[in-house]
Write a protein that binds this ligand. Structure first.
Ligand code: GLC
Length: 445
């Protein structure tokens, strides 16, 4: 194969590889010194909380340091009360021990959840590096856990045959900026490290991550220092030449990307996008572990499954976040959701993995149940976000050819169907007893 050269037009020739399009579910991990206080107000979902209220009441626990820098914010109050006014955030680094961490156990859980790739934070906005970087001593081998967290995790992930990605906060490093971010303009332009030196540092660290851990995904966050943006052509060409099946996300402030990254409700696509995309979100309102979250904030298993179906039906992947505790264990409520999702996928994955979207985005039944579609040649999967309450069910605005075979996926039973005007009526021999979704497989003959 001809290699990529460091020009934007050469990089454009890179296509989204099939493995990534087919994967559908990945696990994001936010783990760092912020996992020690593990605290944020449970304000709500990004995109639903009014902009002006976001930063002071930031529900992202990994933003603890920024929230603390905002005097009188709920986090500031909590911090002063619990640790005292003079307690520096960076003291949490040495309190982070990861003493119960077993990377193999994590990966076993992610695999059971049905995930095909795993992306940990290698450096979040607080600047602490989770691998022994030769460019800074401020890393997990020297301080805190005293282990190469990224190396150990990368090995466990690859040993299980999953793909591995690296998250890196390219535009923010709060060791170099002292003012709190209070508006989205601050993030975009103002409160960023702007020096050549920092830009170089970020570039070299990405290069180092590529050399050491051979990732399949480069997942940069927030943006890239302005001074170094043209350099990214070199970084991407180098990455693709090493790993032509690799992908890069869209948060670099440059024209090239393989997939877009809406977050919670922010930038959630309307209709079926023509590009590849990946939704990221936590199970609750935070990425980093927030001890204030309970059942009330965390997605129910049912909602989680509906979300995955909805995202996949629109051609997306779901990058579902796990926020481990400082000791390296995964909170019970998160484990439970992952395992339930995995059980569902074990039975119903045929209608999820390796599928594409269809030309119709969605419909509903006449009794108001939402319906989504996925496709895998030659079949169409019709996924009901709910369990039918009656033995007869009418799908709106969908005419299923009389010659097609309709199968109830869970049991393999053939169901009778009949076109009525623009709609199709389906007849069940008895009420389906499924957990939260009913899937009809429609096969042409
Ligand atoms: C963000 C946040 C953040 C989180 C993330 C995940 O924009 O700043 O804390 O890591 O993106 O998508």
């Amino acid at each position: 194969m001809r290699g990529y050269i460091p020009t934007w037009s050469s990089l454009k020739e890179h296509n989204v590889p099939k493995w990534y399009d087919d994967a559908k579910l990945g696990i994001f991990i936010h783990w760092g010194p912020y996992s020690v206080p593990a605290w944020a107000p449970t304000t709500g979902e990004l995109g639903e909380v009014p902009q002006g209220e976001w930063f002071e009441n930031n529900p992202y626990a990994e933003w603890y340091l920024n929230s603390l820098r905002i005097k009188r914010s709920p986090t500031w109050k909590h911090h002063v009360e619990k640790y005292g006014k003079n307690f520096d955030y960076y003291k949490f680094v040495d309190m982070w021990k990861a003493e119960k961490w077993d990377p193999k156990e994590w990966v076993e859980l992610f695999k059971k959840a049905g995930a095909k790739y795993v992306i940990p934070t290698t450096k979040h906005h607080d600047g602490f590096c989770l691998w022994p970087s030769k460019y800074t001593d401020f890393n997990a081998m020297n301080r805190g856990p005293k282990r190469d967290l990224i190396g150990e995790l990368a090995k466990a992930v690859k040993d299980e045959g999953l793909k591995f990605g690296v998250y890196y906060s390219g535009a923010l490093d709060w060791r170099f900026t002292k003012e709190p971010i209070t508006t989205s303009e601050d993030i975009r332009f103002i409160i960023r490290p702007h020096t050549y030196e920092y830009s170089d540092y970020a570039y070299k660290q990405f290069e180092e991550l590529i050399e050491k851990y051979k990732p399949d995904i480069l997942w940069n966050d927030i943006g890239w220092p302005e001074k170094g943006r043209e350099d990214l052509k070199y970084l991407f060409a180098h990455f693709y030449n090493k790993n032509p099946e690799g992908v890069v996300n869209d948060r670099w402030d440059v024209s090239h990307w393989d997939f877009k990254t809406p977050e919670y409700k922010q930038n959630y696509p309307e209709g079926i996008p023509s590009y590849k995309w990946e939704l990221c979100r936590g199970l609750g309102f935070s990425f980093g572990y927030n001890q204030n979250e309970s059942d009330k904030e965390v997605l129910s298993s049912e909602k989680l499954i509906y979300l995955l179906v909805e995202v996949v039906s629109k051609g997306g992947n779901l990058l579902l976040n796990v926020g481990p505790k400082a000791d390296g264990t995964i909170p019970e409520i998160q484990r439970e959701r992952l395992l339930t999702l995995g059980k569902w996928l074990e039975k119903n994955g045929e209608a999820i993995y390796d599928t594409t979207s269809w030309n119709m985005e969605k419909t509903e039944t006449t009794d108001g149940t939402e319906v989504r579609f996925t496709r895998k040649d030659p079949n169409l999967y019709c996924i009901l976000l709910g369990t039918p309450q009656y033995k007869e069910l009418t799908l709106k605005s969908l005419r299923i050819d009389v010659k097609s075979v309709v199968t109830l996926m869970s049991t393999g039973e053939k169901l009778k169907h009949q076109v009525e005007g623009e709609n199709t009526k389906i007849f069940f021999p008895r009420l389906p007893e499924e957990f939260c979704t009913t899937i009809l497989k429609i096969s042409p003959v």
